[in-house]
Design a protein around this ligand. Structure first.
Ligand SMILES: [Zn+2]
Length: 313
């Protein structure tokens, strides 16, 4: 398996060194007191002791990460990060279990922990001056408790078949990042809130003719629509292409990946799978990221809790 020829994929010590380089670029960080580069190595290998007089705590690079106290070898974690970050449509726990030679249960557990590392919280708004943001909804997988037509939030919720599917809203900055939301119901109030809270006011919003976006023109610089029901998929106005093709492209990668690898995804886990597809999309080759970069970013995000770093006394 050529992809895994670098030592970090085959050897625990090399895997640990790789994690240390990524997570501690300025020297070991004590997870107890937050001091940077004021610790010395002790036994066993990979253990450090904080040199702050008030702390003196022992720690390793995996402390407070999903790798801490894991019985799975560190180099297999590094392989798993790489696999989930590089396969465009994801990788099933079954495939991970076979590739890594670990139990299915362990593979399932690892994959979910890695998805948590892919989640990005507290980001600023998408779009901005001169930028286009597309908004669109889709439906994927059956809801666990089907809604009836009368309680489906008419008139804005799709009735019939889609009424019992899980609604997903995607916002995509043209040529930039995606942000997705699994919502209980895609009605106007829900969608307006998401759009209002996640897109910069200065943006031009592109959607289809859906009434979900009825008030958007009051919020943004412009609201431009394509009329999908009459077969229009792109419209040109003053040299601008008006469409939602980026959002639809995202949905198509997501659905193909889900059908191919994660068809038994429970509704309560859907947001994690969305985080996985968002992460790969937002670190795609076109934006200058390769497989190694993507894995490194996920590994760096593996902190169990946020700590304020500080300088030694
Ligand atoms: Zn300390």
């Amino acid at each position: 398996m050529d992809t895994f020829s670098p030592p970090r994929f085959r050897d625990d010590e090399a895997a640990r060194a790789y994690l240390e380089t990524l997570r501690w670029p300025d020297g070991p960080i004590c997870p107890h007191c937050g001091v940077v580069n004021h610790a010395y190595p002790i036994k066993p290998a990979g253990t450090y002791r904080c040199a702050e007089a008030a702390c003196r705590g022992n720690f390793t690079v995996t402390m407070n990460s999903p790798m801490e106290r894991s019985h799975i070898a560190l180099h297999k974690w590094v392989q798993a990060f790489h696999l989930l970050c590089s396969s465009k449509k994801g990788m099933s726990a079954h495939q991970l279990h076979r590739t890594l030679g670990i139990t299915y249960r362990s593979a399932w557990f690892m994959a979910h922990r890695i998805r948590e590392c892919m989640r990005s919280g507290g980001l600023g708004p998408l779009g901005g001056e001169g930028k286009i943001v597309e908004a669109d909804e889709t439906y994927y997988g059956n809801v666990e408790r089907p809604r009836t037509k009368t309680t489906s939030g008419r008139p804005y919720t799709k009735s019939g078949k889609d009424g019992n599917k899980r609604p997903i809203v995607a916002l995509v900055e043209r040529g930039g990042n995606v942000r997705t939301f699994h919502v209980p119901v895609a009605d106007q109030a829900t969608v307006e809130k998401i759009v209002g809270e996640n897109i910069a006011r200065e943006s031009r919003l592109h959607t289809d003719e859906s009434r979900l976006y009825f008030n958007a023109a009051d919020t943004f610089t412009a609201h431009e629509t394509v009329h999908h029901t009459s077969g229009e998929y792109v419209r040109y106005e003053d040299g601008r292409a008006i469409h939602t093709n980026s959002a639809e492209g995202y949905f198509s990668i997501f659905k193909r990946g889900m059908r191919g690898n994660y068809q038994h995804c429970k509704e309560k886990h859907l947001h994690r799978y969305l985080a996985e597809f968002d992460f790969r999309y937002n670190h795609r080759v076109r934006l200058g990221f390769n497989d190694g970069d993507r894995a490194a970013i996920a590994v760096k995000n593996a902190d169990g809790k946020r700590l304020t770093y500080r300088q030694p006394h």
